[in-house]
Design a protein around this ligand. Structure first.
Ligand code: AMP
Length: 189
């Protein structure tokens, strides 16, 4: 199964992606996690991305597209399927992703979109204790989401059925709702 999970920061994409990956045996590809690891281990990518992440901005498209192309080219990803979390975040990334998926012969992509209102998102993010979760940075990330990332949903809605999920419920309720809405296709899993 090949899944893309969309939604604002703090809505629970990471939590849900982990659960879905566990339950369905998929590889969880989180660009935020990849970047945080790079920052921790002080790689060139980490050094480049650190200040952008801390300010709540977006790491440049060419860097992110390179990361995701590498990640999706992995044999395990091809064999087990994936859930993509945190990418795409710009229209350019979405267009590049289409090409990468086509080149790698990944079809039957399913898109999940989790939504919630700002108050909930702010509450959740400020409770996580991440370095980019101070109130000023949280506001910036929500602004970036609305302006740059949210329109991706409309882009996908033109050619895919987007599964809309209310992110307000309990973690397990949301998870069951997502799994219930997925098309389980054994042949193309
Ligand atoms: P996340 O864990 O998905 O909230 O990502 C944390 C931070 O990593 C974001 O606020 C961005 O600075 C950066 N980031 C993650 N994914 C992307 C992406 N697809 N494009 C640009 N920046 C990203």
């Amino acid at each position: 199964m090949r899944l893309i999970i969309l939604g604002p920061p703090g809505v629970g994409k990471g939590t849900q992606s982990k659960l879905i990956a566990q339950k369905l045996g998929l590889v969880h590809l989180s660009t935020g996690d990849i970047l945080r690891k790079a920052v921790e281990s002080g790689t060139e990518l980490g050094l480049k991305a650190k200040s952008t992440m801390e300010s709540g901005g977006l790491v440049p498209d060419d860097v992110m597209i390179g990361i995701i192309k590498d990640a999706l080219s992995d044999e395990k990803v091809k064999h087990d399927g994936f859930i993509l979390d945190g990418f795409p975040r710009t229209l350019n990334q979405a267009i590049a992703l289409n090409e990468i998926l086509y080149e790698l012969s990944f079809n039957n992509i399913q898109i999940i979109n989790i939504y919630a209102n700002d108050n909930i998102l702010i509450q959740r993010m400020t409770g996580r204790g991440r370095i980019d979760d101070t109130s000023e940075v949280v506001q910036k990330r929500l602004g970036v989401y609305k302006e740059t990332t949210a329109p991706i949903k409309e882009y996908y809605a033109k050619s895919f059925e987007v599964i809309d999920i209310n992110g307000l419920d309990e973690i397990n309720t949301i998870n069951e709702e997502i799994i219930r809405n997925l098309k389980i296709n054994k042949e193309n899993s």
